[in-house]
Ligand binder design. Sequence first.
Ligand code: CP
Length: 307
Amino acid sequence: MKNLLSISDLDQAGIIEVCDLTDSFLTVTHRDIPKVPALRGKTVASVFYEDSTRTRLSFETAAKRLSADVMTMNMSSSSVQKGESLRDTVQTIEAMGVDAIVIRHRHAGAPNQVATWVDLSVINAGDGRHEHPTQALLDVYTARRHLGDDLSGARIAIVGDIRRSRVARSTAKAFAQMGAKVTLVAPPTMLPDSLAGWPVTATSDFDEILSDVDLVYLLRIQHERQDSMAFPSLREYVSRYGLTNDRATRLGPEVLIMHPGPMNRGVEISPEVAESDASIITEQVENGVAVRMAVLYLLLGSGAPVA
Ligand code: CP
């Protein structure tokens, strides 16, 4: 595999291969010196046209722990501000001898377009409302550590602004690919117009499914991708779709809570639920570094065993 543009680039065996390799890299991240020479001599460029905390730092940490050199493009001081096109930008980066570009862009399909312009590896770090494949991989990896390697039949509710969420699109596909039963939960204005291509069911009644889930995956409202208000008020949204303390008491004792971040505490999740034992949100972030080490290794490594 040369690029990772969509979670659909991986079948179930491919996702399991990433998860198995992640186990090895998670061990590396727990060492006193969390570094292996696997990608020594390789260079990874991090090119983020949209804001990010987790994904950018996680990829950069992953690359450094594999001993790759990392180039970070600072958008606000780059020649993008002078009008340089995406094509000229990525071809300039390629000319410097870079081996992989990790790209986030506000336009859906931008990473796919970049992959047609350059010969190096392209990794999609989130494109518009379209896809966020490494988020999906770290979500599956984290869920498997708690629910077991076999996710078939696991009942997963993805709750929130599904329509505008690239995370929902990739993560729902990944969980379904692993055999889980995925339900999208949102007001009709936040559900996709059509479920064609979504291997899921959908409901607008969060309360109805509370007693019937193993994992609740919450999403924030994507204000930056919202053309108009999708609900009458924030208060009404919280009352119907927020994982409040009251709703959390109606979940089974073993139910897990996940969120890709950034969270809006007090909106889609109460601060107490975010900090509760059921929440594995911080673990998602921790696993994200090892998952991205696995992805970089699969795309750029020699295939030799991890040292
Ligand atoms: N989950 C995620 O993509 O977070 P960032 O926007 O901080 O990268």
